[in-house]
Design a binder for this molecule. Structure first.
Ligand code: CDT
Length: 301
């Protein structure tokens, strides 16, 4: 048995005016709870340090830059790394990254139990649009503020397991899971900020949106015999509701733990990485059963 006690650290809304320091304090409280619960790994949401700023139209690049981190850890996030190391807890969280070359990514990092960054992922599937859209109830400007990730979908050996990451909209694309599945991934972590309403279809309800989120993650888990931990930023952000629905999914596609609230909440489950082995050596033994000669449209070959 290779058990990793995972804490899915859902976060409630972060207001535009909330400082990084105030948000990090909330994350520290969740880490302390995780230490009490003997967690080995804590998973925080996408863009965990700030409000979901891509909903706001900005023309001034200096203003845009205020939402980005130029170093990780930086002064505001160092306490998080110090606490994780003190507790001996690995963690992953999302943030907006500005590189020294002036490139902008929607990024997540993964640490080991000593607080050392062992993995970095940059979001590949950026939803939304890049110009102001008058036809939407609210904006979703990820294509304006970020460029698509340039690191692909790597996996890392961490806590004696193969781990990979993706971010929010990525979870809806089967290729994302399969890219990691082909590398033997056993645990996929992801954070998300999903509005509770569809900006282009007011008839689509919360129930349907939660269902599609869960459907994507449970299918990805089952079809790749891997654990999937999806963690939301939920609740209200300056009048804009985000759906919650954080879940931990086992390698058979069953939800084994889920958030009960839309706020800061730690969802804990002991995840046995050895549960991935059966699916990987039987129905989803990719080397034996895939028929890549028929997948040309997908691979572009
Ligand atoms: N953050 C993020 O990727 N959210 C998207 C919303 C899509 S609506 C433009 C998601 O897929 O949940």
């Amino acid at each position: 048995m290779r058990e990793i006690v995972i804490g899915a650290a859902q976060m409630g809304g972060i207001q535009k005016a909330e400082s990084r320091e105030a948000v990090v304090d909330r994350m520290l409280a969740l880490l302390a709870q995780a230490a009490e619960a003997k967690c080995d790994l804590v998973v925080f949401p996408e863009l965990a340090l700030t409000t979901f700023f891509p909903r706001w139209w900005m023309e001034d690049q200096d203003e845009v830059d205020t939402w980005f981190e130029t170093e990780m850890p930086g002064p505001a996030t160092q306490p998080l790394f110090d606490a994780a190391k003190r507790h001996g807890i690995a963690m992953t969280f999302g943030y907006a990254e500005k590189t020294p070359e002036g490139r902008y990514f929607n990024t997540s990092i993964l640490t080991d139990k000593s607080g050392t960054i062992v993995g970095k992922y940059r979001k590949v599937h950026l939803p939304g649009h890049s110009e102001y859209d008058h036809d939407r109830a609210f904006q979703h400007l990820e294509k304006r503020y970020f460029e698509p990730g340039d690191l692909g979908f790597p996996v890392w050996r961490n806590l004696d397991a193969w781990m990979g990451m993706c971010i929010c909209n990525d979870r809806r694309w089967p290729e994302v899971y399969r890219e990691m599945g082909l590398q033997g991934v056993e645990l996929i972590t992801l954070g998300y900020n999903t509005p509770s309403v569809n900006s282009q279809d007011s008839a689509e309800g919360l129930k349907e949106r939660l269902y599609h989120s869960e459907l994507s993650m449970t299918a990805g888990a089952y079809q790749n015999a891997a654990w999937v931990v999806g963690v939301a930023k939920g609740g209200d952000e300056d009048g804009h509701p985000l759906m919650a629905g954080s879940i931990i999914v086992d390698p058979n596609g069953f939800v084994v733990a889920r958030a009960k609230t839309e706020g800061d909440e730690l969802v804990v489950h002991a995840c046995d990485m050895d549960l991935c082995a059966f699916g990987k050596r039987t129905i989803f033994d990719f080397a034996r059963h895939r028929r890549v000669e028929h997948y040309g449209r997908i691979t572009g070959q």
